[in-house]
Write a protein of this length. Structure first.
Length: 100
């Protein structure tokens, strides 16, 4: 991913409708390891953060599925560590008993 493309992608993720946000996420998932690369970039990690926090379950689950095997790569980046923290929080919420 071009470094200069990450900021407009982040803005699009924040401002898009739910349908457009899902379509953008699906387009990003189609390119192998693009999500991991974005997660390690200054503005790119905001795109991934948007997918994890703003998208519905199917897109969020796909992002988690693609990011989880790459945690070692994410740990090497300041921005990747932010994504790891978000992943950890999402997984803890999912494991928490309902009605808690």
């Amino acid at each position: 991913c071009d470094v200069r493309a990450a900021a407009p992608l982040a803005k699009a993720m924040l401002c898009a409708s739910d349908t457009d946000r899902a379509a953008l996420a699906q387009a990003l998932f189609a390119e192998k390891r693009l999500i991991t690369g974005l997660a390690c970039m200054r503005h790119g990690h905001m795109v991934v953060q948007g997918i994890l926090e703003l998208c519905d379950a199917p897109e969020r689950d796909e992002a988690i599925r693609q990011l989880t095997p790459d945690t070692e790569a994410l740990k090497k980046s300041r921005y990747g560590r932010t994504i790891i923290q978000t992943l950890s929080e999402l997984l803890q919420e999912a494991a928490a008993p309902a009605g808690g």
